[in-house]
Design a protein around this ligand. Structure first.
Ligand SMILES: [Zn+2]
Length: 166
């Protein structure tokens, strides 16, 4: 099972990246990967335009940058499809379920979308992924040495991986 390595920086601090492609590791790549995310909260799933956008660029070869943004876009499409399917189902079910069951169903849809997104990060970790919170941003790297170098350049340490159930 693959894991990514998490480095957390304050949201206002521009990240400093090693002079290597964040995907394949080649030195002095010729392009940049542009990665955008929105600060996290339940409303992001339903109303993405309500949250603040956070964008960075990381050194990458042109092909690597395209592959990276394609992968992240695909994950976004799958998550959005789950939410839309869930919302459609909730509209259809609205007349048949009681108010409590209907609310529980809506919460379930949002939880499922977040769950799929997290599972996706876990099983198919992107070379670089961002999660923005109110005051911090988590940079998730697939490559541990790259993450360690990134952390050192930014004066922080990598976050320990969550413990696995035994
Ligand atoms: Zn590359």
């Amino acid at each position: 099972m693959a894991f990514n390595v998490r480095v957390s920086l304050p949201v206002y601090r521009p990240p400093i990246f090693p002079e290597r492609c964040v995907v394949c590791g080649v030195a002095h790549p010729d392009d940049w990967a542009r990665i955008r995310t929105r600060s996290i909260g339940w409303w992001v799933v339903l109303f993405p335009s309500l949250s603040e956008e956070f964008a960075i660029r990381a050194p990458a070869c042109r092909d690597c940058a395209e592959g990276l943004s394609r992968g992240l876009r695909m994950r976004q499409i799958v998550t959005t499809c789950i939410v839309l399917a869930g919302l459609t189902a909730s509209i259809v079910l609205a007349g048949h379920l009681g108010a409590r069951a209907w609310h529980a169903f809506l919460v379930g849809v949002v939880s499922l979308a977040f769950g799929v997104r997290m599972a996706w990060q876990w099983v198919f970790p992107a070379p670089l992924d961002l999660t923005a919170y109110e005051t911090t941003v988590d940079y998730r790297f697939r490559d541990r040495p790259y993450a360690e170098e990134f952390a050192a350049m930014n004066g922080v340490s990598i976050k320990p991986a969550p413990a696995l159930p035994k």
